[in-house]
Every structure is written in C-alpha cells, then in structure tokens.
Design a protein around this ligand. Sequence first.
Ligand SMILES: [Zn+2]
Length: 417
Amino acid sequence: MSVMWSDLTLSEAYSINQQKQQKINRSLVIRLLRREGICSRAELAAKSGLQRATITNIIKEFLDCGLVREDGLLEGSRGRRAIGLRINDSNFCVLGAMVTRTHYSLCMMGLSGHVFQINTYNIAENTTAQAVIQQMCTHIHQMMEQADGARTLAICLAMPGPYKTDEGGQMVFVTNLIGWDGVPLNSVLQREFDVPVLVENDANAAVCAHLYFRKEEANRRNMIYVVAGQGIGCGMCIDGKLVKGNTGIAGEIGHTSISYNGPRCACGNRGCLEMYCSELVLMTRLRDRMGAGEQTVLPENFDLQDVAAAVRAGDQLALEEYRHSCVLLAVGIVNLVNQINPGLVILGDSLIEIYPELMLKIVSEEVKERVRPMVWENLKITVNDLPDNPILIGACAVAAEKIFEDPIYYATNKSKC
Ligand SMILES: [Zn+2]
C-alpha cells in the first residue's frame, strides 16, 4: 500500500525516510562486499562513503542473520590489522535456470557469485511446455534440497528471445520457443516455490552476467550483449541500467531491416537481419550450395560442430558462408552502434562460437569501416569470455540482485517474497 505524505505526521515521515535510507545503505554494503570479495569495515566505510558507525551496525545485522562471515585478518592502514569480511555462501544461495529448444540448465550460485553446481537436462522432442515446466520444477526442488543447508532466496528463469506476459503472468508472446504461447509460466512457478521467482529474457540475463561478473571498466556502463544463435537479439545496458522498453521486448536487433525491400519476415518487417545471418540461415545456405554440387569437406548430414571444424580447416565453402554471416552481423551491429552509442559490444552464442577469433576480426574491421572515427575510438568490441554460460549465470545474477535490494528482509523472512 502506498502512503500519501499528507497522511503522515512529520515524525512518521522522518521514520519512513530513515527506514528507506537504511535499506539503501544495506544494499550498498552487500553489493560492495560482493564486488570486492573480501573487505574490512574501514574499507567498506571508505568505499561506500558511509560513517564507520553505520558500517558497524550494518555488518552486525549481516553477521547476526548469517549473510556475512568474518574471515582472517587484512593488512590495514598504518600497519594495523583489520578483520576481513566476506559474504557467507554456506547459508544462502540463489538459483538460475535457462530454457532452450533442446534442453534446460539449472545453476546454484552463492550470493558471493560463486557457482556451486550446474545441471543440464535434455528436453525430449514434442514435450509440451507444461511438461517441461513440471520436470524443471521437480529438478529445481531437488537442487534446492541438496544445497547443503544453504537456503535458496530467489529463482530466476531466463527465456529464449523476447517474451511478454499479461497481468496474470501468462506468456502471451514468445518469439523463440514454439508451443509456449499462452503458458501461465510466472504463476505456475510462483505457486510452486516459496521465494521470489523472476523471469528474464536470455539476452538481458547475459548482459546482466557481464555487469555482474566482468571487472570494472568505464565503458561497461553502456554495453550491448549480442546473442547470435538460432535467432539474433541483444540485451542493452545504458547508464548501468537494463533497457527493457515499453513492453519489455527492447533489443530486437534481429528484426531491424538491412534490406528495405527484402523478403517479408514473420514479424511484418522486410529484410530483417535475422533472415540473413542466423545460425539457421548459415546451415540452410551451406545445405543449398552442397545440394547444387559445390565441393566441401562437410559430411552429408552436418551439424554445427562440423561447420566449425570445416571453417577452421579452411574449407572454402564453409569459410565463405561464415565470413558472409560475420559481415552481415556487423551491418546490424553498426545500426545498433549508431542508435545507442555503446562503449562495449560483446558477441556471444552459437554463431559466434563457430570461430570467435574470426568473427571478432571481421566484425571489428567492418564496424570500423562503417562508423565515424570518433565512435570507433570509443568503442570496444569483444567476444563473450565468461567461464560459464552467461545466460545461465546471468539468471543467477538477476536473482541475487533481487535479494540485494533488501538483504536482511529476504534472509530473515521465511515466507514468500
Ligand atoms: Zn522480422
């Protein structure tokens, strides 16, 4: 319930302000601890700008509810020793999940960002969305029970491609997962678990993973994560914040046109980027050229691994088509760079993974040639280098961020949300 200021006495208003400030301070301190790994109270005060006494109080609350632990001695200023503080992963964790057409993965992560376990399960062909959700819920329950006493505080599920839910949490629009339209995903999951359940688009989750796990860089505040796989999408972070758009489906780079009179796409537009350079298009073009009798080392029923091997072996047909895909993706990225002016563009997913070094080289050359020198000089393009799947650990990061909004509340409140 929202409270009107006019309904309050001044002292009540002051107390609400104080509570709000306390919440912001706790949130700041836990985020600092997560980022730094280990910190003394004095370092936390210096980095946060908060008073030493405020830090002492917050750390006492965190220690009392088991969110942090003391860990050894740090070399303090003027040779004085100070007690180190860390986030305590043995008490609390979060769970991230991601779904693709062929499998789903679950990841258990401590609030410190430490990944404990990743399990992947295949989805049998023709399994309905309801059956997938049911199996996934069973596996999530199992994982939560096997977490060695660590309580799961939040769950986030990353969905492929843009999606939209209505007010009841029903999936009303899923672009990249056939058969999931109309599935009441949010409500089913929320009924099943006694903790906050969030759903996020995969590209957004991936960009969150880079916000969370990537070392501090000035250009990270304006960052785009391009997911180039079976479809093409992107997650955008502007001024350190995720951009979702009016209905939550921003980042549809795959449906920006690179040919105004090109073939009609299912979305309604013509000549969409996704129609020229997705993994699926690359496979089709290779199959067509093989069918026309062109020479290649590719076996008859080739898969993505075969394509990667052929490109790396310098097979002319595979290399030609892959290079072409790289150039077309670059054209789409140029459009994005000119609209958003990012400092960092990260390329990820299966089309990139065929040959990341070559993709990066071609995309960089092409973008450099097509944007203003001033834009190029302030832009870094790179390929995803996180050790775990960024969509999966990004889902964990989204769940952890939810807890960091009010860590004491979630750590001490045993009931729902
Ligand atoms: Zn389209």
